[in-house]
Design a protein around this ligand. Structure first.
Ligand code: B12
Length: 213
């Protein structure tokens, strides 16, 4: 099958929330020698953007979006070994999490997978992570980078709280803090004293690499 068609099929599996077919569709893409990065961007993310537009326009509702997110997670899990170059070695440690009360998971997962692919070891704290948990993780893990994700405009204020609380600790003083997510802007990132803002996962990787260099 032609590359474009396979990618469309992968995107359709995400849009339809087809948690069974999506794995086969990704496998077919890999067999057809489509680069894992292309499958991620032009298949999975394209599907997620489409469902996002449908959600915005009230064409689909929360259950459909949850199914799409489920399919995306399964696909990402399947694709991960092909994105990750295990021979790159350890480039540094990243602790990542989503701010309190924000349940949006996918952007953070994509960033994590891509960072692992670039040779970073990633400690993923999950979603709706309390401020104190970020602080404890920074003290315990002593990472090179703290990455914080925020999707909802209403939870942006917690990103500020996380940065402030982490900066107060010894481990957090010189720590590189990288922020991103749909509601974050470069200006906001600067206003809360984050070190960098990444608009997408590719930039997240480039910024993380620059931070540990
Ligand atoms: C999927 C989804 C959900 C799912 C989440 C499932 C899951 N497991 O993640 C569910 C159904 C649970 C959900 C719920 C809600 N959602 Co919602 N959701 C979406 C949707 C459709 C897609 C988001 C997504 O996953 N995109 C794909 C990922 C890969 O993209 P991304 O998150 O942008 O991440 C990329 C970058 O931002 C960046 N990035 C992300 N994190 C980080 C971190 C760092 C450090 C860096 C550098 C970069 C980075 O890199 C990523 C990859 O390139 C969007 C619509 C849209 N168009 O985005 C709405 C959207 C985000 N949701 C919205 C809303 C309002 C809600 C609800 C309040 C709805 C409701 N009325 O109940 C609830 C809130 C629940 C909560 N407390 O969090 C609004 C947010 C508006 C706003 N600005 O605040 C949106 C924009 C829809 C809309 N147009 O109204 N949602």
């Amino acid at each position: 099958m032609e590359e474009k068609l396979i990618l469309q099929q992968i995107a359709s599996c995400i849009i339809d929330g087809d948690t069974i077919k999506v794995k086969d569709a990704v496998t077919e893409g890999l067999r057809a020698m489509i680069p894992a990065q292309t499958i991620l961007e032009e298949g999975l993310m394209a599907g997620m953007s489409a469902i996002g537009r449908q959600f915005r326009d009230n064409e689909v509702y929360v259950p459909e979006v949850i199914m799409a997110a489920q399919a995306m997670k399964i696909a990402l899990h399947h694709l991960k070994p092909f994105l990750a170059d295990r021979y790159l070695g350890n480039k540094g440690k990243v602790v990542i999490g989503t701010v309190p009360f924000d349940l949006h998971d996918l952007g953070k997962i994509v960033v994590s997978v891509m960072l692992e692919g670039a040779g970073f070891s990633v400690v993923d704290l999950g979603v709706d992570v309390p401020v104190q948990r970020f602080v404890e993780a920074v003290i315990k893990e002593q990472p090179d980078i703290l990455a914080i994700s925020c999707t909802l405009t209403t939870t942006l204020t917690y990103m500020k709280e996380v940065v402030e609380a982490v900066r107060k600790t010894e481990a957090g003083k010189g720590l590189n803090i990288l922020v991103g997510g749909l509601s974050v802007t470069p200006r906001f990132a600067q206003s809360i004293n984050a070190d960098a803002y990444g608009v997408d996962a590719n930039l997240a990787v480039m910024l993380a690499q620059a931070m540990v260099r």
